[in-house]
Write a protein that binds this ligand. Structure first.
Ligand code: CA
Length: 226
C-alpha cells in the first residue's frame, strides 16, 4: 500500500483529497505547513508527496528544493493559480508533475498512478551494480569486491554503503541513515551509525588504502571514492 503525504494549508482541499485517496486504498498523512511537511517526509517516509506551492512556514518551492538535496521522492505540485513562472520554478526545483487548482480528482489520481509507476521502475533500475575505481557492489546479490578480492560485509554494512553510494557526493545525516538503513526502531541513537561506519572503513578504506567514506563535520557522512 503506497503512502502519500499531502502538504496543503487549505484544510478543505486537504480533507477532500485525503478522503479520495483513502478511498483508493492509499495511506495518507496531512501537513498544513511546509516545515511540518518536510519533517513528515523524513519521519514517515512517504512514497509520494502532493505539495501545495503557497504554504505558511516554508513555501512549496523551498520544501521541494530541500527534499531534492537527498531524495528522489515523487512530487506532484499544486498551484492555486495558473501561474506559469511558479510551475516552471517548481519543475526546476525537481517536482515531477503539477496540477492547477481547482482540479478534477480523477486527474490527480491518474497522475499519482503514473508518478508511482515511473518511480518504481527507476528505483528498480537504481538497484544495479555500482562501481568506483576498483570498488564494486552488486545489490542484487549483496556482493562487494575490490578488484578480484571479495569484501565480506554484513547486510547492514552493505545497506549502509549502498545508501551512501546512491547519494554519492551528498552529505547524509546520521538520522537519515538510521531511518533508511535501520528503520525507525533505532531513532535517536545515532552511535550505531558511527560504529558501522567504522566497520566499513576497516573493511574497505583501511584494507585497500582508499578513501570512500568521508566524515562531514556537524552533518554526517558522504560517499566519495578517492
Ligand atoms: Ca496554499
Amino acid at each position: 500500500m503506497s503512502k502519500i503525504l499531502i502538504v496543503e494549508d487549505e484544510v478543505k482541499i486537504a480533507r477532500f483529497v485525503t478522503l479520495e485517496l483513502q478511498h483508493e486504498g492509499y495511506m495518507v498523512e496531512v501537513a498544513h505547513d511546509g516545515r511540518t511537511g518536510l519533517a513528515l517526509c523524513e519521519s514517515w517516509q512517504p512514497d509520494l508527496l502532493i505539495l501545495d506551492l503557497m504554504l505558511p512556514e516554508l513555501s512549496g518551492i523551498e520544501v521541494c528544493r530541500r527534499l531534492r538535496q537527498n531524495s528522489d521522492l515523487p512530487i506532484i505540485m499544486l498551484t492555486a493559480k495558473d501561474d506559469v513562472s511558479d510551475k516552471v520554478m517548481g519543475l526546476d526545483m525537481g517536482a515531477d508533475d503539477y496540477m492547477t487548482k481547482p482540479f478534477a480528482i480523477e486527474e490527480l489520481l491518474a497522475r499519482i498512478r503514473v508518478c508511482l509507476k515511473k518511480h518504481r521502475s527507476s528505483s528498480a533500475a537504481g538497484s544495479g551494480t555500482l562501481t568506483a575505481g576498483k570498488l564494486r557492489i552488486e545489490p542484487a546479490n549483496y556482493s562487494a569486491k575490490f578488484g578480484d578480492e571479495s569484501i565480506a560485509l554484513t547486510k547492514k554494512e552493505f545497506d549502509l554503503l549502498h545508501y551512501l553510494w546512491q547519494h554519492e557526493n551528498n552529505a547524509i545525516t546520521r538520522d537519515e541513515l538510521l531511518s533508511h538503513v535501520w528503520g525507525y526502531e533505532f531513532a535517536g541513537d545515532t552511535n550505531i551509525v558511527d560504529v558501522y561506519i567504522r566497520y566499513l572503513r576497516q573493511k574497505i578504506d583501511d584494507r585497500f588504502g582508499v578513501k570512500t567514506i568521508h566524515t562531514i563535520r556537524a552533518v554526517g557522512y558522504m560517499f566519495r571514492y578517492e
